[in-house]
Design a protein around this ligand. Structure first.
Ligand code: DSN
Length: 415
């Protein structure tokens, strides 16, 4: 067989891009070589529809060991404070969206009322956006952040719950820089007789590392992706109350998915192992400290930080304070030309469309994995300020690109 130079040359260029440019997308990270080795293993060859001990194909004795190990590790990682056997794990969801839809399929009927955070206030597509299946099949009622401090107001959520009597309350966000406390949401769910789902996709690594409150054992169902702050392979998992386990499993397969990706499940097991090591707790703390340092640096450059700062791995930057005409789209493209990768994002009550936006979302999980600290965060804030002050100035853009190259050469994720 001849070597597929064409494709592997493209992959090599992407590795070079990740090594030499700044990765500030809040939902991205650098998985370890071990995680990638499992993803690239022979496990990709196996069909294993079903669950350990109950498969629809032969030859799954070893695959069962892999999936059981992943399930045991994820329960130990997030549920060690709970009685043995009280938490059920499903490690098969291919993505966070699938995990959320499986949870809905398990506990809702079409048309049921659900409370979730609005996409343009920081929620996720699967929290009831009208363009997503969640918004089309279920009656989502949305909550957002307050106008005054741009934070969740648990009293407001309680009022909405009392008015609408949802069957399920969904917590979690993709663009919310503050701690989400599961306890008041549990109390609201109990008061109105709702189930409580916590979508921990963005913050699973911060929870595993002890930097954020753990919703496992508080919420009835917790969904999360494995590739964001948790630093594993692309994919997701569900943890739920043991008595909901059978319904969750049935919803994932055969309800929503076919054959599980056992090579990815093996890589999830690696990530759960890595996240259980003491150094991961230190990593989670550094992610937050770096985000706070970067937010402070950007505030010093004249950018307004939504809600005044951050408690987690990300910040939302309101560009209008810096330049009323500057859009997220233009800023993202200008920064991209200077080797700084991040994404435009709506900010609360954004007058611009999601494709244009008035904001940027910036995250520190990947640069922290690469080894950067608060000194580098201060430098990155200055570089972002320089680019956005002189958009269209090609020599300045090139000068920043060179500085980024020097910075990244000292913190290479895949040497
Ligand atoms: N795409 C993810 C993010 O960037 O937050 C959410 O699914």
């Amino acid at each position: 067989m001849t070597h597929d130079r064409e494709l592997f040359e493209i992959i090599a260029r992407e590795e070079e891009r990740q090594n030499t440019t700044l990765q500030l997308i809040a939902s991205e990270n650098f998985a370890s070589r071990k995680v990638m080795a499992a993803t690239g293993s022979v496990l990709t060859n196996k069909y294993s529809e079903g669950y350990p001990g109950k498969r629809y194909y032969g030859g799954n004795r070893i695959i069962d060991e892999v999936e059981d190990l992943a399930r045991r590790r994820v329960v130990a990682l997030f549920g060690s404070h709970l009685p043995a056997g009280s938490i059920h794990a499903n490690v098969q969801p291919h993505a966070g969206a699938n995990a959320n839809l499986a949870a809905y399929l398990a506990v809702l009927e079409p048309g049921d009322t659900v409370l979730g955070m609005r996409l343009d206030q920081g929620g996720h597509l699967t929290h009831g956006s009208p363009v997503n299946i969640s918004g089309r099949f279920y009656n989502f009622v949305s909550y957002g952040v307050t106008d005054s401090d741009e934070r969740l107001d648990y009293d407001q959520i309680a009022d909405l719950a009392r008015d609408h009597r949802p069957k399920l309350i969904v917590a979690g966000a993709t663009a919310y820089p503050r701690i989400i406390d599961p306890e008041p949401l549990r109390r609201i769910a109990d008061e109105v007789g709702a189930l409580f789902l916590f979508d921990a996709a963005h913050i699973a690594g911060l929870i595993a590392g002890g930097a954020h409150p753990n919703p496992v054992g508080v919420a009835d169902i917790v969904t999360f992706t494995t590739h964001k702050t948790l630093r594993g392979p692309r994919g997701a998992a569900i943890l739920c109350r043991e008595d909901l386990g059978a319904a969750i499993d049935k919803a994932v397969f055969p309800g929503l998915q076919g054959g599980p990706l056992e090579h990815v499940i093996a890589a999830k097991a690696v990530a759960f192992y890595e996240a259980a090591q003491p150094e991961f707790a230190e990593y989670a703390q550094r992610v937050v400290r770096n985000a706070q340092a970067l937010a402070a640096g950007l505030a010093g450059e004249g950018f307004r930080i939504v809600s005044g700062g951050t408690d987690n791995h990300l910040m939302l930057v309101d560009l209008r304070s810096f330049d009323p005409e500057l859009t997220g789209k233009v800023a993202q493209e200008a920064l991209d030309r200077s080797a700084i990768t991040l994404n435009k994002n709506t900010i609360p009550n954004d007058p611009r469309s999601p494709f244009v936006t008035s904001g940027l979302r910036i995250g520190t999980p990947a640069v922290t994995t690469a080894g950067m600290g608060q000194t580098e965060m201060a430098s990155i804030a200055r570089l972002i300020g320089r680019v956005l002050r002189r958009i269209g100035d090609e020599p300045e853009s090139a000068a920043v690109r060179d500085e980024v190259a020097v910075l990244c050469s000292k913190f290479t994720p895949y040497p």
